[in-house]
Design a protein around this ligand. Structure first.
Ligand code: NAI
Ligand code: MG
Length: 330
């Protein structure tokens, strides 16, 4: 069955790494039909609209989307794209990849972050001059959905779960989050514990290798996953998935890298690893594994782009990954 993949490169190095990831997708699954669309600063300059309706409609109807990065208009692009696929989970695997300077080389964990509510629900008010408030929204439905996704993810991979929260202070909202997640945990044969998010931040710095799948409320997941990204020192290496019930948007964690955009030396690894997450989301597990292995092999042997201390181009790395894929079994 042919599946439609929307390709939205965006701006800057998004235009360099997204085509490279697309080549990798085409190499492992010839039954994909690709449709490319515009988003970001450049199209906004031409049309006044950072996310044209045609792009949003394509993302809302495609089986999955590969997104690059947008510049100053990033929030105007990525938030509506997440809504277009009704994304409830933001999934960020953080691994110490070979060939990189990770503080803890054993780091291999995944953040499963609630993607719709918490303090990011958008209910902020200035109630009087100099006095502002924010309403934190936590629902049983969204907490259950994110916990179930996290436990299923851990069960599939024989991993454990840590539920991050601050229910000792935010007793009502995070109390509901924790209670709901624990009820979901009872349905699974998956080892789990819970952790106060502040203490967890410290433990992640000291012993990240002790964690597998971390299920978090929205803000905690945003902050903790950036902290963990710092531990493995590789912004150019980290992929992410915005998962919805029927479709998803897959994107590198990095932005448009204006300092190197146009030079042809961006590291395509994060975009390719995002493509691996896309493959797994669509059920092409073996293809996803092949892409991940080919990227890891290239990282461990080189060639390396300048961010990893080498002098290779995006093209050189892409060719090496494609060659490694050609050698691997379907
Ligand atoms: P950035 O991730 O674009 O760049 C930070 C540093 O990392 C730069 O020195 C850059 O050269 C390097 N870098 C990032 N990805 C790399 C790669 N694949 N290969 C080699 N080096 C890489 O973050 P920055 O500079 O804070 O933001 C630049 C622009 O990107 C801003 O306009 C921001 O709004 C946007 N942005 C967009 C995001 C999105 O679309 N999801 C996410 C983050 C930033
Ligand atoms: Mg963030």
């Amino acid at each position: 069955m042919t599946e439609t993949i929307a390709v939205v490169p965006g701006d800057g190095i998004g235009r360099e790494v997204t085509p490279a990831a697309r080549e990798v997708l085409a190499a492992v699954d010839p039954d994909f039909e690709f449709e490319t669309a515009e988003a970001g600063d450049e199209v906004a300059e031409e049309t006044g609209e950072p996310l044209p309706d045609a792009t949003r409609d394509l993302v809302a109807s495609a089986d999955a989307t590969l997104f690059g990065a947008a510049g100053e208009t990033a929030a105007d692009v990525i938030l509506p794209l997440r809504r277009a696929v009704e994304s409830f989970a933001n999934v960020r695997p953080v691994r110490a990849y070979p060939g990189t300077d990770a503080l803890h080389p054993d780091t291999d964990l995944v953040f499963v972050r609630e993607n719709t509510e918490g303090v990011y629900a958008g209910h902020e008010t200035e109630i009087a001059p100099g006095v502002t408030t924010l309403t934190r929204v936590v629902t049983e439905a969204a907490s259950e959905e994110i916990a179930r996704y996290g436990f299923e993810y851990a069960a599939d991979r024989e991993k454990s779960v840590t539920i991050a929260h601050k229910a000792n202070v935010m007793r009502t909202t995070d109390g509901l989050f924790l209670e709901t997640a624990e009820a979901v945990a009872d349905e699974f044969d998956v080892p789990y514990d819970d952790a106060l998010m502040d203490a967890l931040a410290m433990h992640l710095v000291q012993r990240p290798e002790e964690y597998d799948v971390v299920v978090c409320p929205n803000l905690a997941g945003d902050v903790l996953s950036d902290l963990a990204a710092g531990l493995v020192g590789g912004l150019g290496l980290l992929p992410s998935a915005n998962v919805g019930p029927e479709r998803g948007v897959f994107e590198p964690v990095h932005g448009t890298a204006p300092d190197i955009a146009g030079d042809g030396v961006a590291n395509p690894s994060a975009a390719m690893l995002s493509a691996a997450l896309l493959l797994e989301y669509l059920g092409h597990d073996r293809a996803g594994e092949r892409v991940r292995s080919a990227v890891e092999q290239t990282l461990s042997t080189g060639p390396h782009t300048p961010d990893l201390g080498g002098s290779a181009t995006t093209r050189d790395v892409t060719d090496a990954v494609l060659a490694s894929l050609a050698d691997s079994e379907k």
